[in-house]
Design a protein around this ligand. Structure first.
Ligand code: URA
Length: 232
C-alpha cells in the first residue's frame, strides 16, 4: 500500500478521533490492495503485455471503471502479426473479461475461419477496456483516457497489420472523421503497421448485406498476410 494512501488513512482516522464519524466519510480500510496499486504513469514502463495488463487492470481513470465487472484487456497471440481492434466490451465481455466472446465474437471467429485464421493466430482487443452503459458509443474523454493503453499494447505486440472493426475503431486509430465507407478497401500506414478497416461483426449480425464486402476485405487481408509471411 502506498505511503500516500497510508497517510490519507491516518489523516481520516485522526479526524474521526477528533470530530467523530459525522465528518461524513465511510472509512473503508479494506480497499483491495490491487485497487490502490494503479499508478497513472508506471504502466508506461511495462515490458510485456502481461505486465501491462497487471498494471492497468485496476484503472479508475474514467467513470466506466465504476460500473465494470471485468476490465477487458485483450486476448490472443502476444506475438501476432495481425491485431483486430473493436470498439468496447459488451455485456458478455464485461462478465467474462475477454474480448469478443458474445454473438459478435462468434461472428468474428467465423470471419477469421473464412481466411483460415484461428483466434490463437491473432490478437484481439478494443479501443475501450471497460463496457459503456447500454453499449453506447465511447465518449471522447473515455477514448482519450483509454487509447494510450491500446497504443502501448501495439508497441509491445508490434504487429504488421491492424484490422479496425467498425467505424469507431477506425476513426479513433486513424484519427479521422471519415465514414466507414470512405475508409474501407484501402490500406493505411501507422508507424510501421498497415491498417485496414472493415465492418464490425455486429453489423453482419444485423444485416447480411455487409457480408460480401467483408469477404472482399478478408481476401485483401489474407493476401497481405501471405505476402508478409512470404517475405519473412
Ligand atoms: N464488440 C466490440 O467492439 N468488442 C467486443 O469485445 C465485443 C463486442
Amino acid at each position: 500500500m502506498s505511503d500516500v494512501f497510508d497517510n490519507l488513512v491516518l489523516f481520516f482516522e485522526q479526524q474521526i478521533e477528533l470530530y467523530g464519524n459525522d465528518i461524513g466519510l465511510i472509512l473503508d480500510t479494506t480497499i483491495d490492495e490491487q485497487q490502490s496499486s494503479f499508478s497513472p504513469l508506471a504502466w508506461q514502463e511495462s515490458a510485456s503485455l502481461h505486465e501491462l495488463e497487471q498494471t492497468i487492470k485496476t484503472c479508475q481513470q474514467c467513470a466506466l471503471s465504476q460500473a465494470r465487472n471485468k476490465f477487458v484487456f485483450g486476448g490472443g497471440n502476444p506475438q501476432a502479426d495481425i491485431v483486430f481492434v473493436g470498439e468496447a466490451p459488451g455485456a458478455d465481455e464485461d462478465r467474462i473479461g475477454l474480448p469478443f466472446v458474445g454473438r459478435a465474437g462468434d461472428m468474428l471467429t467465423k470471419i477469421l475461419d473464412s481466411i483460415q485464421l484461428k483466434r490463437t493466430d491473432v490478437y484481439i482487443c478494443n479501443i475501450l477496456k471497460c463496457r459503456p452503459p447500454q453499449n453506447r458509443d465511447p465518449l471522447p474523454d473515455e477514448i482519450a483516457t483509454c487509447k494510450p493503453y491500446l497504443v502501448k499494447q501495439l508497441q509491445l505486440i508490434q504487429p504488421k497489420i491492424i484490422v479496425c472493426l467498425g467505424r469507431i475503431a477506425a476513426q479513433v486509430l486513424l484519427e479521422t472523421s471519415d465514414s466507414l465507407t470512405q475508409l474501407r478497401a484501402r490500406w493505411f500506414s501507422l508507424n510501421e503497421m498497415k491498417v485496414m478497416v472493415t465492418y464490425h461483426p455486429a453489423a453482419l449480425l444485423r444485416s447480411t448485406g455487409y457480408k460480401s464486402a467483408t469477404w472482399e476485405d478478408m481476401k485483401r487481408l489474407r493476401q497481405l498476410y501471405d505476402d508478409i509471411k512470404g517475405q519473412a
